[in-house]
Design a protein around this ligand. Structure first.
Ligand code: PLP
Length: 454
């Protein structure tokens, strides 16, 4: 029996609140789990259950819950100046301080930032910047942006179009013109349709998968392609960690055809892969990086796009770029981001993920490969994913109707663990501050849920 407060909240929730990406009939029948507070890597619901948050909220609470420095930064800025805009020749101190800090921690080609409030808005911004860039360069016909199937770049019209989620494209006549998709670098999925590739090594597959970009460029016409966008590790698509050969080959192809490279760092940025930005782990030198989530550890909405010097030199050489949001450079959000990044630096958190907690998670999480349901349990820094198989000995996948991910996710929740399901894949992205003992606990709870699913 749930308590009366939970029941009353669930009733109101179901009556009035339209949730993102939610089957509302299902939600109404079960009732939402209502989360009330968090501390470290744990959250609590209205029933008093303690839950280990293996997803950092939604890939964002990198510093964990209850960081007072971030709260104090917000309170201080709200008291002094809660809002002023940066339009029409005004600016605000926290936005300036954050811009300088971002220039310091991002790769050397980046010295400028454009602010938004989310990852989706950041990718919308990029679409306009890329096209404007080629306009000014006198190559107006370069409009096409190439992206990947099963990539995720947000929910706005441009974000969902850049993304490669068919479920989103089917709703609302997407993608918009000028955005085309290539196959993702997910070996297991590709081999389903192309069994002749099954004997390729991981490295060979990486080069082959990157080659699909070149094929698409030649199909569209090299002089019509403006940019390529991708997540260093696909997150929402199921934590698809590409072979090591993939991204360097993508970079080589972009360079060969003079195509701009956009690294969507909304998940991979701010330490998630054990480097400040995912492109550093993957060995690329992008022209743009979009970010959100981890920049403030999700304590307040903020997003943005880092724009490389060579693009800035063209885009801002002459006149306005007619683009901006009321909340671009919001002072409170920027003040929290500054506090968040400084705290990460003080704790040496990125190196800790690279050299300590990341390797620890690797050995703990990859031990799940011995489970009779599990294959491909793999990590990169502080993200991880595995696939569940119906018949492991014969490599037989589950059918969609088996709903195996949802079943396993339910068992995780019942055991006090948030793990996300993407089809037959189970994924995690815990707070970067997670300890060894908490990693052990996470993997123990995941194994229990897999046992219950099996
Ligand atoms: N890009 C990536 C890689 C994401 O994972 C997300 C959200 O999960 C977005 C963009 C969109 O960000 P937002 O939900 O803040 O609009």
């Amino acid at each position: 029996m749930i308590n009366t407060k939970t029941a009353a909240l669930q009733k109101l929730d179901s009556a009035h609140y339209l949730h993102p990406f939610t089957d509302h009939k299902d939600l109404a029948s079960k009732g939402a789990r209502i989360i009330t507070r968090g501390e470290g890597v744990y959250v609590w619901d209205t029933e008093g259950n303690k839950i280990l948050d293996g997803m950092s909220g939604l890939w964002c609470v990198n510093m964990g819950y209850g960081q007072t420095e971030l709260v104090e930064a917000a309170t201080q800025q709200m008291t002094v100046l809660p809002f002023y805009n940066s339009f029409f020749n005004t600016s605000v101190e926290p936005a300036i301080e954050l811009a300088a800090l971002l220039a310091e921690i991002t790769p050397p080609q980046f010295n400028h930032v454009f602010y938004s409030s989310s990852g989706s808005e950041s990718n919308d911004t990029i679409l306009r910047m890329v096209r404007r860039y080629w306009d000014i360069k006198g190559e107006k016909q370069r409009k096409t942006i190439i992206s990947r199937k099963n990539g995720y770049h947000g929910s706005t019209v441009a974000g969902a179009s850049l993304g490669g989620m068919t479920g989103m494209h089917e709703q609302g006549d997407l993608p918009i013109p000028g955005i085309v998709h290539i196959e993702q670098p997910y070996f297991r999925e590709v081999v389903k349709d192309h069994p002749e590739l099954k004997d390729l090594s991981e490295d060979e597959f990486g080069v082959l998968a990157a080659g699909w970009l070149e094929e698409k460029i030649l199909e569209v016409g090299a002089d019509k392609v403006a940019a390529f966008i991708g997540e260093p590790v696909q997150g929402a698509g199921g934590v698809i960690i590409p072979p090591k050969t993939y991204w360097p080959e993508i970079q080589r192809i972009c360079d060969k055809y003079g195509i701009l490279l956009i690294s969507d760092e909304v998940i991979c940025g701010f330490g998630r892969l054990g480097t400040w930005f995912g492109c550093e782990t993957m060995g690329t030198k992008p022209d743009f990086m979009t970010f959100a989530k981890g920049v403030t550890s999700g304590y307040i909405p903020l997003g943005g796009a880092m724009v490389s010097d060579r693009v800035v030199d063209v885009l801002y050489q002459d006149g306005d770029f007619n683009h901006g949001y009321t909340y671009s450079g919001h002072p409170v959000a920027c003040a929290v981001a500054v506090a968040n990044i400084k705290l990460m630096q003080k704790l040496d958190l990125v190196n800790r993920v690279k050299n300590d907690t990341g390797p620890y998670l690797k050995q703990a999480f990859e031990s799940l490969n011995d489970h009779p349901l599990v294959a491909d349990a793999k990590t990169e820094g502080m993200v991880a994913g595995l696939v569940m198989l119906k018949d492991k000995a014969n490599n037989t996948p589950f059918d969609d109707d088996d709903n195996v991910g949802m079943i396993c996710r339910g068992h995780c929740f019942d055991n006090g663990l948030v793990m996300r399901a993407v089809g037959d894949r189970m994924i995690i992205a815990p707070p970067l501050v997670i300890s060894h003992a908490e990693i052990d606990e996470l993997v123990r709870l995941a194994r229990l849920a897999l046992d219950a699913t099996w």
